[in-house]
Design a binder for this molecule. Structure first.
Ligand code: PMP
Ligand code: GLN
Length: 383
Protein backbone atom coordinates (compact mmCIF):
# COMPACT_ATOMS: atom_id res chain seq x y z
CA UNK A 1 0.00 0.00 0.00
CA UNK A 2 1.27 3.48 -0.83
CA UNK A 3 0.65 6.06 1.89
CA UNK A 4 0.04 9.38 0.21
CA UNK A 5 1.14 12.16 2.51
CA UNK A 6 -1.38 14.91 3.17
CA UNK A 7 1.60 17.14 4.06
CA UNK A 8 4.29 16.14 1.55
CA UNK A 9 6.28 19.37 2.02
CA UNK A 10 6.45 19.07 5.80
CA UNK A 11 9.38 17.64 7.76
CA UNK A 12 10.44 17.81 11.40
CA UNK A 13 9.91 21.40 12.64
CA UNK A 14 12.91 23.70 12.79
CA UNK A 15 12.37 23.93 16.57
CA UNK A 16 12.86 20.18 17.05
CA UNK A 17 15.74 20.12 14.58
CA UNK A 18 17.69 22.89 16.25
CA UNK A 19 16.98 21.72 19.80
CA UNK A 20 18.19 18.24 18.84
CA UNK A 21 21.32 19.68 17.23
CA UNK A 22 21.95 21.79 20.35
CA UNK A 23 21.65 18.68 22.56
CA UNK A 24 23.87 16.60 20.29
CA UNK A 25 26.65 19.24 20.42
CA UNK A 26 26.16 20.38 24.01
CA UNK A 27 25.40 23.87 22.68
CA UNK A 28 23.61 26.65 24.50
CA UNK A 29 20.06 26.34 23.25
CA UNK A 30 18.75 29.76 22.24
CA UNK A 31 16.74 28.23 19.39
CA UNK A 32 13.32 26.90 20.41
CA UNK A 33 11.45 29.49 22.46
CA UNK A 34 11.17 28.43 26.08
CA UNK A 35 12.47 29.70 29.44
CA UNK A 36 15.43 27.94 31.09
CA UNK A 37 14.11 29.11 34.47
CA UNK A 38 11.29 27.50 36.37
CA UNK A 39 7.63 28.40 36.77
CA UNK A 40 6.56 30.44 39.85
CA UNK A 41 6.58 28.31 43.04
CA UNK A 42 2.98 29.19 43.83
CA UNK A 43 1.89 27.92 40.42
CA UNK A 44 3.73 24.61 40.81
CA UNK A 45 2.30 24.19 44.31
CA UNK A 46 -1.20 24.89 43.02
CA UNK A 47 -0.81 22.12 40.42
CA UNK A 48 0.33 19.65 43.10
CA UNK A 49 -2.56 20.67 45.33
CA UNK A 50 -5.13 20.10 42.60
CA UNK A 51 -3.66 16.76 41.62
CA UNK A 52 -3.76 15.68 45.29
CA UNK A 53 -7.29 17.04 45.68
CA UNK A 54 -8.40 14.65 42.95
CA UNK A 55 -9.06 17.11 40.15
CA UNK A 56 -7.85 14.52 37.70
CA UNK A 57 -10.84 13.74 35.50
CA UNK A 58 -12.27 15.42 32.41
CA UNK A 59 -13.33 18.99 32.99
CA UNK A 60 -15.90 20.98 31.05
CA UNK A 61 -15.38 20.84 27.29
CA UNK A 62 -15.22 24.66 27.21
CA UNK A 63 -12.66 24.87 30.03
CA UNK A 64 -12.73 25.12 33.83
CA UNK A 65 -15.20 27.90 34.67
CA UNK A 66 -12.93 29.74 37.13
CA UNK A 67 -10.15 29.97 34.55
CA UNK A 68 -12.49 31.24 31.85
CA UNK A 69 -13.72 33.88 34.32
CA UNK A 70 -10.17 35.01 35.07
CA UNK A 71 -9.36 35.25 31.36
CA UNK A 72 -12.53 37.29 30.77
CA UNK A 73 -11.69 39.62 33.70
CA UNK A 74 -8.18 40.15 32.38
CA UNK A 75 -9.54 40.97 28.93
CA UNK A 76 -12.03 43.42 30.43
CA UNK A 77 -9.29 45.07 32.50
CA UNK A 78 -6.60 45.31 29.81
CA UNK A 79 -8.58 45.57 26.59
CA UNK A 80 -11.88 47.05 27.83
CA UNK A 81 -13.85 44.32 26.09
CA UNK A 82 -16.51 42.72 28.31
CA UNK A 83 -16.31 39.23 26.77
CA UNK A 84 -18.62 36.57 28.19
CA UNK A 85 -16.67 33.81 29.93
CA UNK A 86 -19.36 31.23 29.09
CA UNK A 87 -20.03 32.10 25.48
CA UNK A 88 -16.81 33.62 24.20
CA UNK A 89 -13.84 32.06 26.03
CA UNK A 90 -12.64 28.49 25.41
CA UNK A 91 -9.61 26.90 27.08
CA UNK A 92 -7.53 24.65 24.81
CA UNK A 93 -4.54 22.33 25.20
CA UNK A 94 -2.12 24.99 23.89
CA UNK A 95 -2.41 27.90 21.49
CA UNK A 96 -1.34 25.57 18.66
CA UNK A 97 -4.52 23.55 19.15
CA UNK A 98 -6.64 26.72 19.25
CA UNK A 99 -5.08 27.91 15.98
CA UNK A 100 -5.68 24.50 14.41
CA UNK A 101 -9.33 24.46 15.53
CA UNK A 102 -9.93 27.97 14.26
CA UNK A 103 -8.46 27.12 10.85
CA UNK A 104 -10.49 23.88 10.58
CA UNK A 105 -13.63 25.78 11.60
CA UNK A 106 -13.26 28.59 9.09
CA UNK A 107 -11.38 27.30 6.05
CA UNK A 108 -13.24 25.30 3.40
CA UNK A 109 -11.86 23.48 0.35
CA UNK A 110 -10.53 25.99 -2.18
CA UNK A 111 -10.46 28.93 0.24
CA UNK A 112 -7.53 31.31 0.36
CA UNK A 113 -5.90 32.32 3.62
CA UNK A 114 -3.66 35.38 3.78
CA UNK A 115 -0.57 35.02 5.98
CA UNK A 116 2.36 37.36 6.48
CA UNK A 117 5.91 36.04 6.06
CA UNK A 118 7.97 35.35 8.10
CA UNK A 119 5.08 33.38 9.55
CA UNK A 120 4.78 30.94 12.43
CA UNK A 121 5.18 27.39 11.20
CA UNK A 122 1.92 25.83 12.35
CA UNK A 123 -0.45 27.95 10.24
CA UNK A 124 0.20 26.68 6.72
CA UNK A 125 -0.06 22.92 7.43
CA UNK A 126 -3.37 23.49 9.20
CA UNK A 127 -4.66 25.43 6.18
CA UNK A 128 -3.53 22.63 3.85
CA UNK A 129 -5.30 20.00 5.97
CA UNK A 130 -8.48 22.08 5.76
CA UNK A 131 -8.21 22.05 1.96
CA UNK A 132 -7.30 25.73 1.73
CA UNK A 133 -4.35 27.55 0.21
CA UNK A 134 -2.09 30.11 1.87
CA UNK A 135 -1.40 33.36 0.07
CA UNK A 136 1.87 34.67 1.49
CA UNK A 137 2.59 38.38 1.78
CA UNK A 138 6.12 39.34 2.80
CA UNK A 139 6.46 41.81 5.65
CA UNK A 140 8.81 44.74 5.07
CA UNK A 141 12.30 43.21 5.27
CA UNK A 142 13.72 46.02 7.43
CA UNK A 143 11.13 46.71 10.13
CA UNK A 144 8.69 43.83 9.47
CA UNK A 145 5.74 46.16 9.07
CA UNK A 146 2.73 45.30 6.87
CA UNK A 147 2.35 46.83 3.43
CA UNK A 148 -1.45 47.23 3.37
CA UNK A 149 -1.43 47.94 -0.34
CA UNK A 150 0.10 44.50 -0.94
CA UNK A 151 -2.61 43.08 1.32
CA UNK A 152 -5.36 44.90 -0.59
CA UNK A 153 -3.94 43.51 -3.84
CA UNK A 154 -3.95 39.97 -2.47
CA UNK A 155 -7.64 39.97 -1.50
CA UNK A 156 -9.86 37.94 -3.85
CA UNK A 157 -13.36 36.48 -3.87
CA UNK A 158 -11.81 33.31 -2.43
CA UNK A 159 -10.16 35.01 0.55
CA UNK A 160 -11.78 33.50 3.63
CA UNK A 161 -9.35 34.15 6.46
CA UNK A 162 -6.48 36.45 7.40
CA UNK A 163 -3.99 35.34 10.05
CA UNK A 164 -2.10 38.04 11.92
CA UNK A 165 0.46 37.63 14.69
CA UNK A 166 1.31 40.56 16.94
CA UNK A 167 3.58 40.70 18.90
CA UNK A 168 5.30 38.96 16.05
CA UNK A 169 7.37 35.80 16.22
CA UNK A 170 10.13 35.86 14.97
CA UNK A 171 10.70 39.62 14.40
CA UNK A 172 9.21 41.19 17.54
CA UNK A 173 7.37 43.75 15.39
CA UNK A 174 4.06 44.97 16.81
CA UNK A 175 0.95 46.06 14.93
CA UNK A 176 -0.30 49.58 15.71
CA UNK A 177 -3.85 50.79 16.02
CA UNK A 178 -3.56 52.25 12.52
CA UNK A 179 -2.72 48.78 11.15
CA UNK A 180 -5.88 47.32 12.69
CA UNK A 181 -7.87 50.21 11.27
CA UNK A 182 -6.51 49.65 7.76
CA UNK A 183 -7.26 45.96 8.02
CA UNK A 184 -10.82 46.71 9.16
CA UNK A 185 -11.34 49.14 6.27
CA UNK A 186 -10.08 46.62 3.73
CA UNK A 187 -12.18 43.64 4.82
CA UNK A 188 -15.33 45.50 5.93
CA UNK A 189 -17.34 44.65 2.80
CA UNK A 190 -16.02 41.10 2.49
CA UNK A 191 -16.83 37.72 4.04
CA UNK A 192 -13.38 37.44 5.55
CA UNK A 193 -12.59 36.21 9.06
CA UNK A 194 -9.60 37.13 11.18
CA UNK A 195 -7.41 34.83 13.27
CA UNK A 196 -5.21 36.85 15.62
CA UNK A 197 -2.31 35.02 17.25
CA UNK A 198 -1.48 37.09 20.33
CA UNK A 199 0.48 34.57 22.40
CA UNK A 200 3.11 37.21 23.28
CA UNK A 201 0.47 39.77 24.30
CA UNK A 202 2.19 40.52 27.63
CA UNK A 203 5.74 40.81 26.26
CA UNK A 204 5.83 44.32 24.77
CA UNK A 205 8.67 46.67 25.73
CA UNK A 206 9.76 50.29 25.95
CA UNK A 207 6.40 51.53 27.24
CA UNK A 208 4.59 50.53 24.06
CA UNK A 209 1.30 48.75 24.57
CA UNK A 210 -0.08 45.70 22.83
CA UNK A 211 -2.78 46.57 20.34
CA UNK A 212 -5.09 43.58 20.70
CA UNK A 213 -7.83 42.78 18.21
CA UNK A 214 -9.92 42.52 21.40
CA UNK A 215 -9.71 46.32 21.65
CA UNK A 216 -11.11 46.77 18.14
CA UNK A 217 -14.86 46.38 18.33
CA UNK A 218 -15.44 46.05 14.60
CA UNK A 219 -12.65 43.54 13.92
CA UNK A 220 -13.51 41.46 16.98
CA UNK A 221 -16.97 40.75 15.50
CA UNK A 222 -15.28 38.52 12.89
CA UNK A 223 -12.23 37.40 14.86
CA UNK A 224 -10.83 34.55 16.88
CA UNK A 225 -8.08 35.75 19.24
CA UNK A 226 -5.64 33.14 20.52
CA UNK A 227 -3.26 33.28 23.48
CA UNK A 228 -1.10 30.90 25.51
CA UNK A 229 -0.57 30.49 29.24
CA UNK A 230 2.76 28.89 28.36
CA UNK A 231 4.39 32.22 27.47
CA UNK A 232 2.76 34.26 30.20
CA UNK A 233 3.40 31.92 33.15
CA UNK A 234 6.74 30.38 32.05
CA UNK A 235 5.15 26.95 31.50
CA UNK A 236 5.45 26.19 27.79
CA UNK A 237 5.40 22.47 28.65
CA UNK A 238 1.95 22.72 30.18
CA UNK A 239 0.53 23.30 26.71
CA UNK A 240 -2.49 25.31 27.78
CA UNK A 241 -3.98 28.21 25.86
CA UNK A 242 -7.29 29.79 24.97
CA UNK A 243 -9.35 31.25 22.16
CA UNK A 244 -11.75 34.16 22.41
CA UNK A 245 -14.40 34.83 19.77
CA UNK A 246 -17.94 36.20 19.52
CA UNK A 247 -20.62 33.74 20.70
CA UNK A 248 -21.74 32.50 17.27
CA UNK A 249 -18.20 31.84 16.12
CA UNK A 250 -17.28 30.31 19.49
CA UNK A 251 -20.13 27.82 19.12
CA UNK A 252 -18.59 26.64 15.83
CA UNK A 253 -15.03 26.65 17.22
CA UNK A 254 -16.18 24.42 20.07
CA UNK A 255 -17.70 21.88 17.66
CA UNK A 256 -14.20 21.32 16.30
CA UNK A 257 -12.39 21.63 19.65
CA UNK A 258 -14.60 18.97 21.26
CA UNK A 259 -13.46 16.43 18.69
CA UNK A 260 -9.82 17.45 18.48
CA UNK A 261 -9.19 17.14 22.20
CA UNK A 262 -12.55 17.56 24.00
CA UNK A 263 -10.98 19.55 26.83
CA UNK A 264 -7.69 20.84 28.22
CA UNK A 265 -5.85 19.25 31.19
CA UNK A 266 -8.00 19.68 34.31
CA UNK A 267 -5.53 20.18 37.21
CA UNK A 268 -3.44 22.59 35.12
CA UNK A 269 -6.49 24.75 34.48
CA UNK A 270 -7.33 24.84 38.22
CA UNK A 271 -3.74 25.75 39.06
CA UNK A 272 -3.68 28.59 36.52
CA UNK A 273 -7.02 29.87 37.84
CA UNK A 274 -5.66 29.93 41.42
CA UNK A 275 -2.51 31.73 40.31
CA UNK A 276 -4.39 34.34 38.27
CA UNK A 277 -6.60 34.95 41.31
CA UNK A 278 -3.66 35.25 43.71
CA UNK A 279 -1.30 37.24 41.47
CA UNK A 280 -3.21 39.30 38.91
CA UNK A 281 -0.23 41.66 38.81
CA UNK A 282 1.97 38.92 37.26
CA UNK A 283 1.04 40.01 33.73
CA UNK A 284 1.74 43.66 34.51
CA UNK A 285 5.26 42.82 35.67
CA UNK A 286 6.16 40.73 32.63
CA UNK A 287 7.20 43.53 30.24
CA UNK A 288 9.81 44.85 32.70
CA UNK A 289 10.92 41.30 33.52
CA UNK A 290 11.59 40.41 29.88
CA UNK A 291 12.84 43.86 28.93
CA UNK A 292 15.64 43.40 31.50
CA UNK A 293 16.56 40.12 29.83
CA UNK A 294 16.49 41.69 26.38
CA UNK A 295 18.71 44.51 27.62
CA UNK A 296 21.11 42.10 29.30
CA UNK A 297 21.53 40.15 26.08
CA UNK A 298 21.89 43.27 23.92
CA UNK A 299 24.50 44.75 26.27
CA UNK A 300 26.40 41.45 26.35
CA UNK A 301 26.70 41.35 22.55
CA UNK A 302 27.15 45.07 22.00
CA UNK A 303 30.79 44.54 21.01
CA UNK A 304 30.21 41.40 18.97
CA UNK A 305 30.27 41.37 15.18
CA UNK A 306 26.52 40.73 15.05
CA UNK A 307 24.35 43.75 14.31
CA UNK A 308 20.85 44.15 15.70
CA UNK A 309 18.06 46.48 16.69
CA UNK A 310 16.76 45.67 20.20
CA UNK A 311 13.47 43.82 19.76
CA UNK A 312 10.22 45.62 20.56
CA UNK A 313 8.42 42.55 21.92
CA UNK A 314 8.35 38.76 22.44
CA UNK A 315 11.34 36.90 23.90
CA UNK A 316 13.20 36.77 20.61
CA UNK A 317 16.04 38.92 19.32
CA UNK A 318 17.08 38.98 15.65
CA UNK A 319 20.80 39.08 14.88
CA UNK A 320 22.31 40.03 11.53
CA UNK A 321 25.44 37.95 10.90
CA UNK A 322 26.54 39.29 7.50
CA UNK A 323 29.70 40.88 8.94
CA UNK A 324 30.79 37.43 10.13
CA UNK A 325 29.89 34.93 7.38
CA UNK A 326 28.10 36.37 4.38
CA UNK A 327 29.09 33.23 2.44
CA UNK A 328 26.62 31.12 4.44
CA UNK A 329 22.85 31.13 4.14
CA UNK A 330 21.00 31.34 7.44
CA UNK A 331 20.34 27.60 7.74
CA UNK A 332 24.05 26.88 7.22
CA UNK A 333 24.94 29.67 9.62
CA UNK A 334 22.65 28.31 12.34
CA UNK A 335 24.29 24.90 11.97
CA UNK A 336 27.81 26.35 11.95
CA UNK A 337 27.09 28.45 15.01
CA UNK A 338 25.74 25.43 16.88
CA UNK A 339 28.42 22.95 15.95
CA UNK A 340 31.48 25.24 15.91
CA UNK A 341 30.61 27.89 18.48
CA UNK A 342 28.13 26.17 20.80
CA UNK A 343 25.14 28.48 20.35
CA UNK A 344 21.91 27.25 18.78
CA UNK A 345 19.57 29.71 17.04
CA UNK A 346 16.76 29.65 14.48
CA UNK A 347 17.33 30.70 10.85
CA UNK A 348 14.69 33.12 9.63
CA UNK A 349 14.25 31.83 6.08
CA UNK A 350 12.32 28.76 7.26
CA UNK A 351 9.37 31.05 8.10
CA UNK A 352 9.06 32.26 4.49
CA UNK A 353 7.58 30.91 1.31
CA UNK A 354 10.33 32.93 -0.38
CA UNK A 355 12.89 34.60 1.87
CA UNK A 356 14.57 37.85 0.75
CA UNK A 357 17.83 36.88 -1.01
CA UNK A 358 20.11 39.23 0.91
CA UNK A 359 18.71 38.45 4.37
CA UNK A 360 21.23 37.16 6.92
CA UNK A 361 19.19 36.85 10.10
CA UNK A 362 19.07 34.44 13.01
CA UNK A 363 16.59 34.44 15.89
CA UNK A 364 17.80 33.89 19.45
CA UNK A 365 15.60 33.41 22.51
CA UNK A 366 16.41 35.45 25.62
CA UNK A 367 13.93 33.79 28.00
CA UNK A 368 16.99 32.68 29.93
CA UNK A 369 18.64 33.08 33.34
CA UNK A 370 21.28 35.76 33.83
CA UNK A 371 24.10 33.23 33.74
CA UNK A 372 22.87 31.76 30.46
CA UNK A 373 22.65 35.22 28.91
CA UNK A 374 26.17 36.09 30.11
CA UNK A 375 27.54 32.86 28.67
CA UNK A 376 25.68 33.50 25.41
CA UNK A 377 27.27 36.97 25.31
CA UNK A 378 30.77 35.51 25.77
CA UNK A 379 30.26 32.91 23.08
CA UNK A 380 28.73 35.31 20.58
CA UNK A 381 31.44 37.92 21.18
CA UNK A 382 34.15 35.33 20.56
CA UNK A 383 33.02 34.77 16.96
N1 PMP B 1 1.96 31.06 18.07
C1 PMP B 1 3.19 31.58 18.15
C2 PMP B 1 3.52 32.81 17.37
C3 PMP B 1 4.14 30.96 18.97
O1 PMP B 1 5.39 31.45 19.03
C4 PMP B 1 3.79 29.80 19.68
C5 PMP B 1 4.75 29.12 20.50
N2 PMP B 1 5.60 28.99 20.85
C6 PMP B 1 2.49 29.31 19.58
C7 PMP B 1 1.61 29.96 18.76
C8 PMP B 1 2.05 28.06 20.28
O2 PMP B 1 1.79 28.19 21.63
P1 PMP B 1 1.51 26.91 22.53
O3 PMP B 1 2.81 26.40 23.01
O4 PMP B 1 0.61 27.38 23.63
O5 PMP B 1 0.81 25.90 21.67
N1 GLN C 1 6.86 28.78 19.52
C1 GLN C 1 8.15 28.30 19.87
C2 GLN C 1 9.19 29.09 19.08
O1 GLN C 1 8.87 29.92 18.27
C3 GLN C 1 8.33 26.84 19.55
C4 GLN C 1 7.18 25.94 19.75
C5 GLN C 1 7.46 24.60 19.16
O2 GLN C 1 8.50 24.02 19.38
N2 GLN C 1 6.55 24.12 18.37
O3 GLN C 1 10.34 28.87 19.30
Amino acid sequence: MQLQSKLPQVGLTIFSQMSQLADAHGALNLSQGFPDFDAPEALKEALQRHVQAGHNQYGAMTGVAALREHVASKIARLYRNPVCADKEVTITPGATQALFCAIQTLVRAGDEVIVFDPCYDSYAPAVTLAGGRCVHIALNSVDFSVDWQKFADALTERTRLVIINSPHNPSGAVLQRSDLQQLADLIRERDVYLLSDEVYEHLVFDDQSHCSVLTHEELYQRACVVSSFGKTYHVTGWKTGYMVAPAKLTAELRKVHQYVSFCAVTPIQHALADFMQAQPEHVDQLPAFYQRKRDQLCLAIENSRFTFVPTASTYFQLLDYRAIRDDLNDVQMAHWLTTEHGVASIPLSVFYQQAPVDQHLLRVCFAKQEDTLSLAGEKLCAI
